[in-house]
Design a protein around this ligand. Sequence first.
Ligand code: FES
Length: 104
Amino acid sequence: TLTWTELCAADAVGDGAHKAFFIGTKRLCAVNHGGVFHVVDDLCTHGVAYLSDGYLDTDECVLECPLHGGLFSYHDGCPKGDPAEKPVRSYETRIVDGVVMVAL
Ligand code: FES
């Protein structure tokens, strides 16, 4: 079952920006695209690099890994460009009273 957990204030990430957050030891990358939040695991599945340190492309809806340029959809975590092969996990989100909640 999903546990809705507080991630951050909805104004903690600007529209068109992305940022890392921790829930316990879990490191997540939150993307704000047009006021809608998308959350995926921050650690790349290809190597040791964080997607929150890379480029956010809101036209293609992808995060680009800063280490080798692998691309991941921030909607579902699916790999969208080499050398990314395995998806990063993605999480459902919702905003309640100005707080971004994530389903873990
Ligand atoms: Fe992310 Fe290689 S570590 S693409």
